[in-house]
Design a protein around this ligand. Structure first.
Ligand code: GLC
Length: 679
């Protein structure tokens, strides 16, 4: 059951798609107070209470013990002291044996969640705006509560099937020659590949919707050449539009009055990659239409996928903030002998980017009237995604498209996926990437992944190998790295053939993983879940932080520690371990419920399946176009008979009907472990 409570005059975020009448009585469970315009909710937490949710955020799957802030930020260095990342996903589940509450805070401004940091026994949720809708969901189980929430926010985005292929990306691929060489190396070495991302280097001076004529002399022909290789090019589009007369998106944006404006009516500008930029007013329907149509020329040249970036929005500095900082610096330099002067100089420099003052200095023109940016800040990226998705759909009606964004707010899960932003080449970021997935899935972001190998800093061979093993199971499997870091394409490393085997396993599993993804998306379920969702009675399973349920009946347990030769895995029931050793080479090991120390050499990794629920492998291929999912091998552990509903479609139709694409597979035979070829 869902109940809605309204405070003040909330801004319509578009997160919720079901109309509900607001209740008039008090909010159950929470103590609600108003203090200086804020709305504050307090909830007593019992010692055993677990808190799931909050989508993209640092720390563990159980969020208790830290304060998180929904305030979308361009932020590198995802360490555990951080309160915000790029997206805001204000959904929480408070779980203890005798009580379970789902809570969604529909508020596009700053919301903080002190989940037992100040007092371990209390959660304090504060909306700075004080204008919000609150949804309290009570429903028997964790799974059902999430399903009910997902019905409230509408069906998840469906990517095309090719988007589940391996994607190679790097900030620094400058032109055709570069991309061609990367593709050639993959094809020559038989490393499966479906896409190459183009980072800002393809543009003229980092200007959106341009491409360098010298580097890409014939964009259409190059796209066609790549498609013959079964490769899709996936260009980046940033939020800011360079302020430059004669540059069409700037001129037309000005003419259409499509940019955010300051109090004095002039366009707000701040520097990002291209230099000073204007920022499209994505909260304005007319500006969204204008921006969405800018994708058309690229789509007409054959592009079928994009990534949207810098859309928190990221502001390196505004001219106003730079002037303030400069003034302060001069004052502080006069006090150079005072050590505090140096620290305040440093902190004013640090505060230059993404400053609160800048976010309070510009406005949106919405159907609800003019609204200051900070009150709706967290919607900006989501509305950019909406603008692009609508533009793409106008060009490719009835077809699926690839779109993933850095910034997000619940609601954009209907239009695109997300990636987890600028992670580091750190071991702990394998674990963090995994831990974010269930919270993201709760809010409908099923199509997601992290930069495999790590974006910032130099990767290492073993780190990349282990990242890829997690990547096998992530819907978005993309290797991406930053400019000036060590080159990260797998063929740069001695053990590239082993890494190729890992990617080959992804392709062998692809029809199965795609089927699990599509069933989850079309049923408003989760592709990744904490173990607690499936084993709520099992006190051990409730607190597992480094394993996830995948799809209906599988479990993953990635290896994320340096130099590990294996890891402990907790099995909440008897399961079959498929230990992948190389392409087409795996062990099938039945294991009993309980704790196990399992060995995994550097290029080995597991997938666990429940009894009577097989996993399927296909013969593989070097691109998704070449996969043959008509001849499959079922691997499982059965007692009597094993069954599986395989979802199969053309991978492109925009509105598939689940029932029309399910094929029941049934294997009967002697009890025990089996390997069975189906055709
Ligand atoms: C941002 C993105 C990153 C991209 C870079 C250059 O840092 O998060 O993925 O490579 O900008 O465009």
């Amino acid at each position: 059951m869902i109940r809605k409570y309204t405070f003040g005059k909330p801004f319509p975020t578009g997160a919720v798609v079901r109309e509900l009448k607001a209740e008039t009585g008090p909010v159950p469970y929470f103590r609600v107070s108003r203090e200086e315009g804020r709305v504050i909710l307090r909830l007593d937490l019992s010692p055993e209470e677990i808190i799931f949710g909050l989508g993209e955020s640092v720390r563990g799957i159980n969020k208790r013990g830290h304060t998180y802030r929904s305030w979308n930020m361009d932020i590198t260095n995802h360490t555990e002291d951080k309160a915000s990342l790029y997206g805001s996903h204000n959904f929480l589940l408070f779980y203890r044996p005798d009580r379970m509450i789902g809570l969604y805070v529909d508020d596009p401004g700053l919301v903080s969640f002190d989940l037992g940091e100040t007092r371990l026994s209390e959660a304090v949720i504060t909306s700075e705006n004080g204008d919000l809708d609150l949804y309290v969901i009570e429903n028997g189980s964790l799974k059902e509560t999430v399903r009910e929430f997902r019905e409230l926010i509408g069906r998840s985005y469906l990517p095309p099937r090719w988007a589940f292929g391996y994607i190679q990306s790097r900030w620094g691929y400058t032109g055709e020659e570069n991309v061609r060489a990367v593709v050639k190396s993959h094809r020559e070495k038989h490393i499966p590949l479906d896409g190459v991302c183009l980072d800002i280097d393809y543009m003229v001076d980092f200007k959106n919707f341009t491409w360098k004529p010298s580097a890409f002399p014939d964009w259409k022909r190059f796209n066609e050449e790549m498609k013959r290789e079964h490769i899709r090019l996936i260009p980046i589009i940033d939020a800011g539009i360079k302020q430059e007369k004669g540059y069409e998106p700037y001129d037309t944006g000005l003419a259409r009055d499509a940019f955010c404006r300051k109090e004095d009516g002039t366009p707000f500008t701040a520097a990002v990659w291209p230099g000073l930029c204007c920022f499209p007013d994505f909260l304005n329907a007319d500006a969204r239409k204008w921006f969405g149509d800018l994708y058309r020329p690229l789509l007409e040249e054959g592009v079928e996928g994009f990534w949207n970036d810098m859309n928190e929005p990221s502001l390196f500095y505004s001219p106003e903030a730079l002037r303030d900082c400069y003034r302060q610096a001069l004052e502080q330099c006069e006090r150079v002998n005072d050590y505090q002067g140096m620290w305040s100089l440093k902190s004013s420099l640090d505060g230059l980017a993404n400053s609160g003052k800048d976010f309070r200095s510009f406005y949106h023109r919405t159907e609800q009237g003019r609204i200051r940016h900070d009150r709706v800040h967290n919607l900006y990226g989501a509305k950019m995604v909406q603008a692009s998705a609508e533009g793409i759909r106008r060009c490719l009606p009835g077809r699926r498209y690839l779109l993933f964004s850095r910034s997000s707010f619940t609601g954009s899960h209907r239009d695109g996926g997300i990636w987890q932003g600028d992670n580091y080449s750190w071991w702990e970021h394998i674990r963090l990437a995994m831990q974010m997935m269930p919270g993201l899935n709760m809010c409908g972001y099923l199509f997601s992944g992290c930069d495999l190998g790590g974006f910032a800093l130099n990767t290492t061979e073993d780190l990349l190998a282990r990242f890829l093993q997690l990547g096998v199971f992530l819907p978005l499997m993309r290797n991406h790295s930053a400019l000036y870091t060590r080159e990260q394409e797998i063929y740069r490393f001695d053990s590239w053939e082993k890494m190729r085997d890992t990617i080959t396993v992804r392709y062998a599993l692809l029809p199965f993983l795609y089927s699990e993804f599509m069933k989850a998306a079309l049923r408003n379920e989760m592709y990744f879940r904490p173990l607690a969702f499936d084993y709520p009675e099992d006190s051990r399973a409730l607190r597992v932080e480094d394993q996830l349920m995948l799809g209906e009946d599988c479990m993953i347990a990635p290896i994320y520690e340096q130099n590990a030769g294996g890891r402990y895995v907790y099995l909440p029931e008897d399961m079959l371990m498929i230990r992948f050793r190389a392409a087409g080479d795996y062990d099938l090991i039945p294991l009993e419920k309980g704790d196990h120390y399992l060995e995994f050499g550097l290029h080995e990794f597991p997938l666990f399946v429940r009894k009577n629920r097989p996993a399927l492998l296909c013969a593989g291929g070097e691109s998704t176009d070449e996969l043959d999912d008509t001849s499959l091998t079922a691997l499982g552990w059965m007692e009597g008979a094993a069954e599986y509903d395989l979802y199969r479609d053309d991978g492109l139709q925009a509105e598939p009907k689940l029932e029309e694409h399910l094929n029941r597979i049934r294997v009967e035979g002697k009890p025990g472990v089996f390997r069975y070829t189906l055709s």
